[in-house]
Design a protein around this ligand. Structure first.
Ligand code: FES
Ligand SMILES: [Fe+2]
Length: 365
C-alpha cells in the first residue's frame, strides 16, 4: 500500500526523535578499555564514536566518521596526538577534531585545512569511565561543559567495582525498570536477598530535587538480608538515600556509623532499541570483599537483564501500557521530568517540577 505524505512525515519525525535527552554526560566506555594507541569504538544516542587517549593520557571522543567521505576514523591510526584517516590520510587533532593535514593538496591549492573539523565531543574520565558530553545534533558546544557526574565517597580508602549489562530496550523502559519498586519480590527472589513470601506493605517518603526526586533518608527494608547484617555489625541504624536525576542516574547511599556503601547506576541509550546499565559501587565495609559483591551483583543484573529481554518480546507488538499508583509513580515522575525539561529547553523558561513537595508513596514489595 502506498504511504501518504502525512504518514511518511510522521514516520520521519518518529525516526528523528528517538526519545533521547541530549546535552548531558553519558558513560561511553570503561577507562581501562581506552589505552595505548588503540582507537576504541562506542555508540551513544545512535552517534558512532571513536575514543582514544593522547600520549599525555588525555581521553578524547570524536564522531567515528571522517568529514571527507565518511570512513570510520576508527579504521585509521592514532600517533599520540593526531588521528589519521585510513582512506586518504587526512589528519585531525584528536582533542579538537581540527584538520591539520590533507596529504593530497598541492602547492597550488587554496583550501583552508584548519577550517575543517571532524565531529568531536567533550570527554572526561571519572570513576573508571570515559564520559562523553553529547550535545544535540546541529547545536554548538557550550563554552564550558559542566563536570561529568562523580560517585560520592565518604572516606579516602575504599573498595570500588564496576558491572555492566546491555538491555534490548528503549531507554525509557530501561530507566523505569531501574526505579520500579514492585518487581523485586518476583524478579529478585534469592536466598541471599529476600523471599517472595516476605512481601509486605511499605511507605516511603519522596521529595523533589533538581532534575529528579529523592527517596528521603530512611531505614532500608527489614526483608533485605545485607542491610540486616550491616546493622548487626555496626550496632547502629542503617540509613539509605536513593536519588534519581535526569537524564539517567540512580544513586544509593547507605550509611551505618562510620561504614558506608555508595553506588550509582546509569542507563545509557546506545540505540533506540538498546541501552546499557553501568553500575559502579564503592564501600568501606571490611567484611565485604569485591569478589563476593561482584558475584551477587552479577546475579542481580542478570535477573533484570533476563526480565528486560522477555519484556522486549512483548513490546515489539506495541501493546497499550499502564502505570498504576503508587508503585509506578516514580515512573510517572520520570516521564513528567523528561517532558518538562524538553519543554523548558524549548521555551527558555524555568523547568516545572512534577512534584509540589514531599509525598509518601505506599506499595507492597
Ligand atoms: S575518507 Fe577520510 S581521508 Fe578521505
Ligand atoms: Fe531489578
Amino acid at each position: 500500500m502506498l504511504q501518504t505524505h502525512a504518514e511518511a512525515a510522521r514516520e520521519a519525525a518518529a525516526r528523528a526523535d528517538a526519545g533521547f535527552l541530549w546535552d548531558f554526560w553519558y558513560p561511553a566506555a570503561r577507562s581501562t578499555a581506552v589505552r595505548g594507541q588503540k582507537l576504541v569504538t562506542a555508540m551513544l544516542l545512535e552517534v558512532p564514536l571513536v575514543l582514544g587517549r593522547t600520549s599525555e593520557g588525555k581521553v578524547f571522543a570524536m564522531r567515528d566518521s571522517c568529514p571527507h567521505r565518511g570512513m570510520p576514523l576508527s579504521y585509521g591510526r592514532l600517533d599520540g596526538r593526531v588521528v589519521e584517516c585510513c582512506y586518504h590520510g587526512w589528519r585531525f587533532d584528536a582533542c579538537s577534531g581540527q584538520c591539520v593535514e590533507i596529504p593530497s593538496l598541492s602547492s597550488q591549492d587554496k583550501l583552508k585545512v584548519e577550517r575543517i573539523f571532524a565531529g568531536h565531543y567533550p570527554c572526561q574520565e571519572r570513576d573508571g569511565y570515559v564520559w562523553v558530553y553529547m550535545n544535540a545534533p546541529g547545536t554548538k558546544l557550550p563554552e564550558t561543559a559542566p563536570a561529568a557526574p562523580a560517585l560520592t565517597v565518604f572516606s579516602d580508602k575504599y573498595r570500588i567495582t564496576h558491572l555492566s549489562c546491555e538491555l534490548p530496550s528503549h531507554i525509557d523502559h530501561g530507566i523505569i525498570g531501574l526505579m520500579d519498586p514492585a518487581h523485586g519480590p518476583f524478579v529478585h527472589q534469592s536466598w541471599f536477598w529476600r523471599k517472595r513470601g516476605s512481601i509486605h506493605e511499605k511507605a516511603k517518603q519522596f521529595e523533589p530535587i533538581p532534575n529528579g526526586f529523592r527517596m528521603s533518608p530512611h531505614s532500608p527494608s527489614t526483608n533485605s538480608a545485607p542491610y540486616q547484617l550491616l546493622k548487626k555489625i555496626t550496632g547502629e541504624p542503617v540509613t539509605t538515600t536513593i536519588d534519581f536525576v535526569l537524564p539517567n542516574i540512580r544513586t544509593e547511599e547507605d550509611r551505618s556509623g562510620k561504614m558506608w556503601f555508595s553506588s550509582r547506576a546509569t542507563v545509557t541509550p546506545v540505540r533506540r532499541d538498546l541501552c546499557r546499565i553501568d553500575f559502579v559501587a564503592a564501600w568501606d565495609l571490611f567484611f565485604l570483599p569485591v569478589s563476593i559483591f561482584r558475584m551477587f551483583g552479577k546475579i542481580f543484573l542478570r535477573q533484570d537483564q533476563e526480565t528486560m529481554i522477555q519484556q522486549a518480546e512483548g513490546l515489539k507488538h506495541n501493546p497499550q501500557l499502564m502505570l498504576i499508583d503508587d508503585a509506578d509513580r516514580p515512573a510517572k515522575w520520570y516521564f513528567a521530568l523528561k517532558a518538562n525539561l524538553i519543554e523548558s529547553r524549548r521555551t527558555g523558561e524555568a523547568m516545572a517540577h512534577p512534584m509540589d513537595g514531599p509525598v509518601t508513596l505506599r506499595w507492597r514489595s
